[in-house]
Design a binder for this molecule. Sequence first.
Ligand SMILES: Cc1ncc(COP(=O)(O)O)c(C=O)c1O
Length: 444
Amino acid sequence: MSQQADKPVSNERVEAQYEEYLMPIWKSLNVPIKRASNCTVEDFEGNEYLDVFSGISVTNAGHNNEAVVEAAKEQLDEFVHGCTYVHPNEPAAELGEKLAETTPGDLRKSFFCNSGTEAVEGAIKLARKYTGSKEVLALEMSFHGRTLGSLALTGNKAYKSEMAPTINDVAHVAPPYAYRCQMCDGGPCSCACAEDVKHVIDTHTADDLAAVIVEPVLGEGGIIVPPEGWLSRVKEIAHDHGALLIVDEVQAGYGRTGEMWASDHFDVVPDIMPQAKGIANGLPLGAFTASAEVADAFESGDHLSTFGGNPVACAAALATIEQLEDGIVDNAREQGAWLSDQLAELEAEYDVVGEARGLGLMQGIELVDHSGTGPMDVAPAPDAKLAKHVAKHLREEKIIMGVGGFHSNVLRFQPPLTISQKQLSRTVDALRDAIEAHRGDSSA
Ligand SMILES: Cc1ncc(COP(=O)(O)O)c(C=O)c1O
């Protein structure tokens, strides 16, 4: 019998059960959750937290958005499962049509799976099938998931140690990371990192390139926004080499950046677009969408997911998209612009804020330590310790803030897109206090 079974449900009991029965995962900023509503998360002791991270950028329409919950409940009453391979279901059919309308350009046909990593892996399979080629170029510092294929693409050894495949068809190229740019010799941005894509393809691949995969804004890498012209140049280079451009919108999509798709900011239509996270506001669902020409490279039996296209998740996704289109993406754009100004002020005010950057409600601030220089001496040293102190301070103030980035020194603002200016203002004030309180701590 469980050693916890006779105790009342509490933060402590849930954490103890995690410790005892679940595999150990990173948990330094845990907040056990009993219920959640819009931008607020409540633990088992009645503590209410302002959620500025949305369960890693997922509950874009607000926790427990009523319309989404209602749509899922209605479908639950009809039926829960009927594998799309055997039983075509209406919510999946409707969602397919909706995505054809909502996604950019000629993107038209979707495949439904259950997570971001599956969406990425499916997109790679489709690119291989369509082009007849095998290799894939990805970005250093990128994140595409943790199953073996997407882990091979992920450009960060922190996620790979002892687990990533050792033989693969993947090459990596420098990301469009202006703050620590190693390409433009300290001068104004000339998008040299886009040209480097061509160089790496020409020198590191074997004329067998199926796809170039990029995040339109790097999320886990540290909220890195590419310069203007970068994405379109990368697409051009990919096509010149007979490869497709896969734009991984898993984290940046579904209104996060103040447009429905981050690709929209750059006026680029991906050849294949993996999605997940915000798609169903928290129900497990992933998708990848391609033009009819590319999608039709798949033949029956080429790809399948037992749960993919689950009607409850698809019904929730339809309601989510409706909610996002009904003013929530606009709110992300407006509040994002306001937040961006506030964070720029913090950058001007505090040395330790190396750079504030982002689009919409996908904003980050990179914390640095001027007593050292960072990789390649291009900017002050990343200060991961300070980021941890600040996030901990904020949690004590009942604000859940993400920490990430390739150097673990980026505070991530990725709240539900329904957040109000008042709530953001509370966050910025608390952040200022936290920086004031801890800015000397790292060197101490
Ligand atoms: C850009 C991107 N792609 C793929 C993934 C993997 O998604 P999942 O965790 O749903 O497998 C993530 C997750 O953070 C992501 O940010």
